[in-house]
Design a protein around this ligand. Structure first.
Ligand code: HEC
Ligand code: HEC
Ligand code: HEC
Ligand code: HEC
Ligand code: HEC
Length: 207
């Protein structure tokens, strides 16, 4: 390659970079289109919990909007133990395959769109055939020294969206709230909703 040709590549790279930045701005990965309070309260420090905005790439690009908005599925259909056990956990493969043995990778033509092959459903089928669990990357976590359970929150009527944002609109799940101590306490003292007052002595959240 002559040096002239080498430099000619640069405007192309700049254009690609610009497109990538523009595209990433439209993924909504840092937008939370609602009124949920993500205030850090007066504590302001953060150590140990997963960071706000975290949006790891998943082994299968699982679309919440398709399942929740288009198909009308309830969050608890997949995260079924959120109101019963401390952890909502990730759905079992059998929950997916109840549908995806029928809804396979070869998608027929429909609504005027041509037939296509879904690489993501193909990946799901490959894990199933190999009897492997899908290695989902965890998005949210609090450190071990923090006592958090979903059950008391769900039972008190705190919605999933209050803490997780509009997951049903996220093409890729991201962490909506800071999950730091100030965020927890700000709600427990009743600042988010006076009906959601909860105990906030240290031993409630720390063992
Ligand atoms: C409503 C729940 C809640 C209550 C009540 C609570 N904490 Fe925490 N605390 C947390 C969470 C969540 C974290 C992890 C924060 C993070 O990662 O940003 C944390 C972190 C901490 C840390 C580690 C901070 C650091 O910078 O490493 C200390 C120390 C701590 N809390 C002490 C206390 C004390 C003392 C009290 C009582 C005055 C208390 N906590 C009450 C939820 C709570
Ligand atoms: C068809 C099954 C299904 C339904 C319905 C569903 N989810 Fe999920 N959810 C998943 C799967 C699979 C993952 C793991 C992959 C990912 O993070 O995208 C996940 C991940 C999540 C996470 C991130 C968990 C973490 O790693 O911290 C949250 C939060 C979540 N879902 C909330 C919801 C909410 C809220 C609803 C209802 C609006 C919902 N989900 C409906 C299957 C489902
Ligand atoms: C109630 C039935 C049902 C369940 C349960 C279900 N899905 Fe789906 N899923 C569908 C349907 C229907 C589509 C849309 C297929 C289409 O666009 O033709 C879909 C689409 C998808 C897609 C997008 C495919 C594409 O290329 O557009 C992925 C990935 C996927 N599902 C993965 C999963 C995973 C992982 C689970 C389990 C956590 C799951 N599904 C559970 C019915 C279901
Ligand atoms: C009061 C805030 C709050 C509410 C309400 C809430 N979550 Fe969570 N969620 C969290 C926190 C904090 C974590 C991290 C927990 C940990 O590290 O143990 C989490 C983690 C998760 C995870 C990751 C896997 C796991 O087992 O921890 C899933 C999935 C999830 N939430 C789904 C949901 C669903 C579905 C709802 C509604 C039914 C919901 N959450 C309601 C705060 C909340
Ligand atoms: C949006 C409001 C809200 C947020 C945010 C929130 N909580 Fe809570 N929390 C509640 C409510 C409401 C209850 C139920 C109170 C009751 O039943 O008396 C509760 C109950 C609890 C309990 C059980 C308390 C008991 O008396 O047994 C623990 C533990 C807890 N929360 C920890 C946390 C931690 C840790 C965080 C942050 C990671 C957090 N909460 C964030 C509203 C919230």
């Amino acid at each position: 390659m002559t040096s002239r040709r080498k430099w000619a590549v640069i405007p192309g790279l700049v254009a690609l970079g610009t497109i990538a930045v523009l595209l990433s701005a439209y993924t909504g990965a840092t937008q939370g289109p609602d009124t949920v309070i993500t205030d850090r309260g007066s504590w302001g420090y953060s150590a140990g919990s997963s960071p706000q905005g975290r949006a790891p790439v998943q082994p299968i690009a699982f679309p919440h909007p398709t399942h929740v908005q288009t198909l009308g599925m309830n969050c608890l259909y997949c995260h079924f133990s959120a109101n019963k056990s401390p952890d909502p956990g990730f759905p079992a493969m059998s929950t997916c395959m109840g549908c995806h043995l029928v809804v396979g990778p070869n998608r027929p033509a429909e609504n005027g769109k041509p037939a296509r092959k879904s690489a993501e459903i193909q990946k799901l089928q490959d894990y199933w055939n190999k009897k492997q669990a899908i290695p989902w990357v965890r998005v949210h976590y609090v450190p071990d020294y923090v006592n958090f359970a979903h059950m008391p929150h769900i039972n008190a009527g705190v919605t999933c969206q209050t803490c997780h944002g509009q997951v049903q609109q996220m093409s890729r799940v991201y962490q909506y709230a800071p999950l730091n101590m100030g965020w927890c306490i700000n709600c427990h003292v009743g600042n988010v909703n006076p009906l959601w007052k909860a105990r906030f002595d240290c031993s409630v959240c720390h063992y």
